[in-house]
Design a protein around this ligand. Structure first.
Ligand code: MCN
Ligand code: MOS
Length: 764
């Protein structure tokens, strides 16, 4: 083919439409007008409705289920119990580990937590299903439950050796350090609380299953359904056009999905099953409760000599969730001696799960509180002590940072916040009876990388279509992929249609670990480049093309028109060109997989997390970074805490869309305010039940809790992290927010709160 060399993007200043532009959400109008149809809003012929029956005990066995009254209730089509539901096969986990060769039953006989699904009723209407579910009588043989981490029966737990990180001699260095800090930090169970509850519609046609379900991972969930029902992967289609928030909770196919799909198969009719709000607290796990001990040994100038860290998180009786508590502890500060170990403790709870920055979030609460304690102990400004102990390279991996604009983040944040005006003493700043506190903390999140795939199509009318089975749960995928395709091909973003959320589209890995934007902009860039190459190749070589006689070896596309880079010769629209060469489309599928990848590698890449590239792969350690500066006002009499000002400076590398990245960061900061001041799953110690299992009692921040938030981007392009130079955005900003607030509360009141949330009774 004729050589043509275009530095894509150079010829075309797309403004808001290009990568890096502040384009508003392209899915915004559909969402605001209600035109956006969410997964479970599909209207299907013959649709039936399921309702769940859940265990009322936390530990024991189901003795008997009496479903007679439910079966006789109006409209009831089927009552599913462990005895009547069809048998499924066990599915592999998200690493693709082969499953045990035993059947899987999503309805439990052995009860390991309160709220476990024990039966389900399917009826002609939702109301009939709910009414009949209330008639199912379940009797139990109850055994004592371990209600939470503080339960006397809980014990010390199981060591997770893979989490151990050690260098130097941390205990000896701690023992001989002139200044020693040692404190325990606790975080409670927290819940993702997405606005759209979990649920699905399942429909079988022969041995083909279609599942409409909000999802952070269509291909991974399709694999699980295929394995459960022993049908080929290709026979399962997942559809998830819009997702009303996930925050980590919608990445896996869960037992309620198995129940609905089983019911659909048994009845030969589509089944809809949607969680009630209380069920969203027990059908899957939120963030595990954690306990950490952080000890820091330092010299009198505040130089850290040793960090010893011990962490514990809760997991369930029969599942395993490890919340990596040493993740920030091991990289934030330079220390010659370090030791971090972790245990998990089994309690009678649903298995905890991923919630925005799993690991990094509680980890930062420990280390970023502890370093603040050290600052007061040695009498050094909390910002100063962080700079003093700045890690110039990854202290654990012993590798250079790909980029680390954390010093710049501290500087920019401090300047904007006015940190220099802070007086050092606790309780030294006030406004009437409001104690004012200023706190700082840092945050970080690793750059998780994986391979991506996308299809880009240039259509007869000159518009461009992008297809990917990745998803948009509010973070902006539709928009940034439109920008990437627009910039690469040389059209306006208005002329790009992005189609996501259907597993029939080119496959995509999990939307988790803040990786999707980097993965998918890379894949779309590649596919769009190849579509553009084809277009230009045809324009130059096709005898019917107006450019054929020019003997050009370079053409450019800008604003949807194609012409010579010098501006002489013909200038035609993409549509005119395609018409003249008799083509109705140009299509390219591109992926970023290594060239020698097999079909099996590809399947593994998209349906498991086994192929993800470690953030310390090669010569570099790759992370996003941030610094939060927070002002709180604490009422001296009532102990009420208000966050009154937040300035955060963040390094996510190059931003694909600053408007959306800022919105993501603000979302993380707001969630951090909730974590610091409001959120806590409360367990009834008699029954092991979550008491505040609704959004009236499980408090998340409202507008009144959220002050003006200023976010500053200090990132620079990081080509070690992604094709276009961006690092992760979605999870970064929640990391470090809770300790920044706790540190501000200490500055305001002189009280160090080491147990989240910081509620008023802890302050008075
Ligand atoms: N972005 C950018 N520049 C970059 C990277 C990202 O402008 N260098 C912007 C883009 O708008 C992109 C968004 O930030 O769409 C998020 O990108 P990324 O950090 O790659 O995160 P993912 O797309 O993988 O999204 C997942 C991430 C996670 S893991 C959680 S948890 C989370 C989060 O996103 N859940 C969310 N943000 C959420 N936002 C909403 N509204 N709802 C959720 O459930
Ligand atoms: Mo995010 S908790 O990795 O989905």
């Amino acid at each position: 083919m004729t050589v043509h060399n275009i530095r894509h993007g150079d010829a075309f200043d797309g403004g808001a439409d290009a990568v890096g532009g502040r384009l508003s959400r392209v899915d915004g109008p559909a969402k605001i007008t209600g035109a956006a149809k969410y997964a479970v809003e599909q209207q299907l012929k013959g649709l039936t409705y399921a309702a769940l029956v859940e265990s009322t005990i936390a530990s024991g066995k189901v003795r008997a289920i009496d479903s007679k009254a439910a079966e006789a209730a109006p409209g009831v089509l089927k009552v599913l119990t462990p005895d009547t539901i069809i048998s499924l096969r066990s599915a592999s986990d998200w690493f693709g580990t082969p499953p045990p060769d035993k059947p899987y039953c999503p309805l439990a006989r052995d009860i390991t937590f309160s709220g476990q699904h024990v039966a389900a009723v399917v009826a002609e209407t939702f109301e009939q299903a709910v009414a009949a579910a209330a008639l199912v009588k379940v009797s139990y043989d109850e055994t004592p439950a371990i209600v939470d981490l503080s339960d006397g029966k809980a014990g010390d737990g199981i060591p997770v050796d893979a989490m151990t990180k050690e260098w130097g001699d941390a205990s000896a260095a701690f023992a001989s350090a002139p200044v020693r800090i040692c404190a325990a930090y606790n975080t409670p169970r927290e819940y993702q609380a997405p606005m759209e509850p979990h649920g699905l519609i399942a429909r079988w046609e022969g041995d083909h299953l279609t599942v409409w379900e909000p999802s952070q991972w269509l291909d991974g969930m399709a694999r699980t359904y295929a394995e459960w029902f022993a049908v080929p992967f290709e026979n399962v289609r997942l559809v998830s056009p819009y997702v009303g928030g996930g925050f980590g909770s919608k990445a896996l196919a869960l037992s309620h999905g198995a129940i609905a799909a089983s019911a659909a198969k048994m009845l030969g009719r589509p089944v809809r099953l949607v969680m009630t709000r209380p069920q969203t607290f027990t059908s899957y796990g939120g963030r595990a409760a954690t306990r950490q001990t952080v000890t820091i040994g330092a010299d009198r100038d505040g130089m850290i000599q040793s960090i010893v860290h011990r962490g514990v998180n809760e997991t369930s009786i029969d599942g395993m969730w490890v919340e990596p508590l040493g993740s920030v502890t091991s990289i934030m500060y330079a220390t010659p001696n370090f030791s971090s170990k972790q245990n998990v403790v089994r309690v009678n709870s649903v298995v905890p799960g991923a919630m925005r920055a799993p690991g990094e979030n509680p980890s930062a609460f420990g280390i970023e509180s502890a370093i603040d304690e050290l600052a007061y102990e040695v009498g050094i400004d909390p910002l100063e002590i962080r700079l003093k102990n700045y890690a110039e390279q990854d202290p654990h991996a012993k590798k250079a940072w790909s980029t680390r604009q954390l010093r710049e983040a501290f500087a920019a944040g401090a300047e904007r916040f006015g940190w220099a005006r802070r007086t050092a003493e606790p309780r030294s700043m006030r406004d009437g009876n409001q104690l004012i506190g200023w706190g700082v903390a840092a945050g970080t999140y690793p750059v998780r990388r994986a391979y991506g795939e996308a299809m880009v199509r240039i259509l007869a009318d000159g518009s461009v279509e992008v297809e990917s089975s990745s998803i948009d749960m509010g973070q902006g995928t539709y928009t940034i992929l439109a920008q990437t395709a627009a910039e690469t091909v040389g059209v306006s973003a208005d002329d790009v249609v992005v189609k996501l959320g259907d597993s029939r589209f080119p496959r995509a890995g999990v939307t988790g670990g803040s990786r999707l934007a980097g993965v998918m902009t890379g894949a779309v860039h590649k596919a769009a480049t190849s579509a553009l190459d084809q277009l230009i190749g045809l324009a130059i070589s096709d005898p019917r093309s107006p450019f054929h006689t020019l003997q050009a070896n370079t053409l450019v596309v800008a604003n949807g028109r194609i012409g010579s880079p010098r501006g002489d010769g013909p200038d035609v629209s993409i549509a005119e060109l395609l018409k003249s060469i008799g083509r109705d489309r140009i299509e390219a599928t591109g992926d970023t997989m290594p060239a020698n990848s097999t079909a099996e590698d590809r399947y593994k890449n998209y349906t498991t997390i086994a192929m993800a590239l470690p953030h310390t792969e090669g010569d570099y350690s790759r992370h996003s970074w941030c610094a939060h500066f927070v002002e709180v006002r604490v009422d001296e009499d009532f102990g009420t805490v208000r966050v009154s000002r937040v300035v955060s400076a963040l390094d996510s590398g190059r931003l694909y869309n600053p408007k959306l990245a800022e919105s993501q960061w603000k979302g993380g900061i707001i969630m951090g305010i909730g974590q610091a001041l409001l959120e806590e799953g409360i367990v009834d110690r008699r029954h092991g039940r979550i008491v505040n299992n609704n959004l009236a009692d499980y408090l998340v921040p409202t507008n009144a809790d959220v002050p003006e938030i200023e976010v500053i981007s200090v990132g620079i392009p990081d080509l070690h992290s992604s094709v276009l130079g961006g690092k992760g955005v979605g999870e970064l900003a929640i990391v470090g927010m809770a300790p920044a607030i706790a540190n501000a509360v200490f500055h305001a009141t002189g009280k160090r709160i080491r147990d989240l949330p910081i509620t008023l009774e802890k302050l008075i």
